[in-house]
Write a protein that binds this ligand. Sequence first.
Ligand code: SAH
Length: 213
Amino acid sequence: MKDTLKHQGMRNKLADLLVAKGIKDVNVLEAVRAVPRHLFLDSSFEDHAYQDKAFPIDADQTISQPYTVAFQTELLQVKPNDAILEIGTGSGYQTAILLHLKAKVYTIERQQELFKKTKLFFNKMNYRPKKVIFGDGYKGLPENAPFDGIIVTAGAPEVPKALMSQLKVGGRLVIPVGVDDQIMTLYIRKSEKEFEKRELGHFRFVPLVENKN
Ligand code: SAH
């Protein structure tokens, strides 16, 4: 599959729609205009790529809705060279948005099939996350902590303690919390012990699953 002017035009329309829905960060919008979302879906579903909706990928998972990706990314306030941990690599689309913002991205996926497929896709596309890991994101990534930002792209029944502890002071954790539906929650680490918490509306994600072994 290729990226064409037609795709570019559809991306511009999508970005305009995200503006209408309240996304303001120009860097995030520019990333949406740049990253070819249709290449993250199987080619037969190309037509769905630039609609503002989630879509099934392998292993019963979903590529998040573009609005959700933009909303979470805006909350992270990524600066170039920030170390960002992503939990739930999935299709890799959110990863690519973070890379476009020049973050150093560490991403973890617990479904082996998706992990393998997306890792190969990153190589093919020349996307260069710092690490693409097969494992349980509940535990975070202690060996590369602390992070400027942590983004969880699956619905967490509760906030994993490990993720809180792996944030830098000043760092931001963006996590949808809840079981049936989720409240988008932002934690900003104010000091070693203090976190500011903000709740930012309801969303729906596939579940964050803990490996219990
Ligand atoms: N960011 C992805 C969203 C994929 S859906 C995208 O843009 O395509 C959420 C993903 O989180 C799924 O692929 C799911 O397998 C993964 N996931 C769920 N629990 C996890 C865990 N404990 N650790 C790592 N990944 C997890």
